[in-house]
Ligand binder design. Structure first.
Ligand code: NAP
Ligand code: 8YV
Length: 313
């Protein structure tokens, strides 16, 4: 089994009981794969490292790629499917935590949590008096881009804050009590807040573009908890800088962990280092599922949670 990226001690203990675990050397990938690629039947990817097409091609005996995380845009699934390689991920076990992060990031952004903390710690409260007022989320319309497992959990948690929920997906969900918009820009025009929780990849690349950002407007708030690639980041930075967009709360970025200095300098941007699921409890649940996908497949030929593209395999 090849480990791409890192794993917790708990995961390594579980994996070591079943597999010979090899680490992919970051600085010598190609040489390592040329020498050992043929021996590898199983891959565990920590999510960010990713498994591109050329890596899959270098492992002719590969049977399963287990992705630690629900989003698997860093794995070339088309290449895996074409070669009969199963891809798995970790849905549902993180819904509650990531939805909590979305709500936390929205409240922190709307209520100036970090700016107010800085107001106190820099001495301005004592020297200049009270911090500027922030905006309440009560009474606002929140548009959710991507009403899947995490989007729905987020919508349900937001109910207690007195907001009106609407959503945009490609397919309307008739069973939910929220208004569906066919068009993202139309939804942004009708919203005070836009929360993005869509997967990465070609289908969502840059869909939060200039038109969507300007439709959200100078009082609008963008929260991105899905993938950085869904936002046109240069357009976002420009709009936050010149006041065409009010504020942003971001957990994900286009080129992690590299965050543009212009974004970090903005007072109207609240930034987190991709910590949506990052608690001890949730990461343990994700790790257990990522390991079980490998061990169950090895024992029975079927994983627990294949990605949608592999469900028929
Ligand atoms: P999911 O259940 O598959 O939901 C995805 C939603 O996005 C669906 O409602 C889908 O609806 C919608 N969608 C997909 N492509 C779209 C498009 N082009 N336009 C509009 N809507 C689109 O996935 P999930 O479990 O909720 O996870 C969502 C994503 O969150 C993951 O893929 C991952 O990238 C991200 N995530 C981030 C963190 C973090 O730490 N920040 C943690 C976990 C997950 P339609 O198919 O009907 O369009
Ligand atoms: C993780 C995530 O941070 O599940 C996802 O899609 O983005 C996060 O939960 C990541 O996958 C771990 O590397």
């Amino acid at each position: 089994m090849l480990l791409v990226g890192s794993a917790t001690e708990r995961m390594l203990g579980q994996l070591g009981a079943v597999f010979e675990v090899l680490d992919l050397p970051e600085d010598n990938r190609d040489k390592f794969l040329a020498e050992r690629g043929g021996d590898i039947g199983y891959v565990l990817s920590s999510g960010h490292g990713g498994v591109p097409a050329e890596m899959i091609a270098a492992m002719p005996s590969l049977r399963v790629i287990s992705n630690f995380g629900v989003g698997y845009d860093a794995v070339d699934v088309a290449e895996a499917v074409a070669r009969g390689v199963m891809v798995t991920h970790t849905p549902d076990v993180l819904n509650d935590e990531v939805a909590n992060t979305a709500v936390m990031l929205l409240l922190a952004t709307a209520r100036n949590l970090l700016a107010d903390n800085a107001w106190l710690t820099s001495g301005r409260w004592r020297e200049q008096g009270n911090a500027p007022l922030s905006r309440s989320v009560r009474g606002s319309t929140v548009g959710i881009l991507g009403l899947g497992r995490i989007g729905l959990a987020t919508a349900e948690k937001l109910a207690v804050f007195g907001v009106d929920i609407v959503y945009h997906t490609r397919t309307r969900r008739d069973e939910v009590p929220y208004r569906h918009y066919d068009d993202l820009t139309d939804m942004a025009r009708g919203c005070d807040v836009l929360i993005s929780i869509v997967p990465g990849g070609a289908g969502t690349e840059g869909i939060i573009n200039r038109a969507v950002i300007e439709a959200l407007g100078p009082e609008g708030i963008l929260i991105n908890i899905g993938r950085g690639s869904a936002v046109d980041e240069p357009e976002l930075i420009a709009a936050l800088s010149d006041g065409r967009l009010g504020k942003a709360g971001l957990d994900v970025f286009a080129d992690e962990p590299n965050v543009p200095a212009e974004l970090m300098a903005l007072e109207n941007a609240t930034l987190l280092p991709h910590v949506g699921s990052a608690t001890v409890e949730t990461r343990a649940a994700m790790g257990d599922l990522a390991v079980e996908n490998l061990t169950r497949f090895q024992a029975t030929g079927k994983p627990v949670t294949p990605v949608a593209e592999c469900r028929g395999m």
